[in-house]
Design a binder for this molecule. Sequence first.
Ligand code: AMP
Length: 216
Amino acid sequence: MNVIIFGPPGAGKGTQSKNITNDFNLVQLSTGDLFRKEINNKTELGKKIETLINSGKLVSDEIVNNLIEDIILNSSISNKFLFDGYPRTLPQVYTLDKILKGLGQKISIVISLNVDQQVIIKRINGRIICTKCFKIFNEYFNPPDSKDHLCKREFLEKRPDDSAKTIINRFQNYISKTKPILEYYKKKGSLCEIDGNKKIDEIYDRIKGILNNIRH
Ligand code: AMP
């Protein structure tokens, strides 16, 4: 099965993706993580997208789609993708469908995390990520723990795009460009919406129940 985890910025997509890949035989494909790696490694692509990302704008569909196509077509992984942060626009949705169709695959389910705006703001304010292993923590709800996080503390940072100013841009992009794609998956019958305001474990229990019922 191929799964999309969907939701506004700060909804907990990355956190739940880590839970899902621990229990299910899926491989997380997070475009945000891929871009942050490019930026950290100061690659040509990284230099091109750094300002865009740090100001909360979306990377162009052309760059995103080429990257995803390259990864999917050159991967030994088949029918096991967990897409996190992709697709984010309708052209990305159509491209993903086309790539998967060419491989005889499809999106089995889109799990959409519905989260209230106040909860999102709290989550983003407290979010810290490890720039080495990309694990996500929250200063308030899920502080880094030396038992399950072995990288040095110096790798823990706030994301540059988690600033109060940038989050407004990111949220506006979500409403105008990303949220409308839900309608597409709803029409296809592959959308499953869940309450993402709850605690991490409660949300994950619900996700587990949904994925356990999928057999393709
Ligand atoms: P994320 O980690 O998913 O919140 O992504 C961080 C940032 O990377 C976003 O705010 C965008 O600037 C960029 N980005 C990630 N995924 C995409 C995508 N599918 N399309 C366009 N931009 C993206």
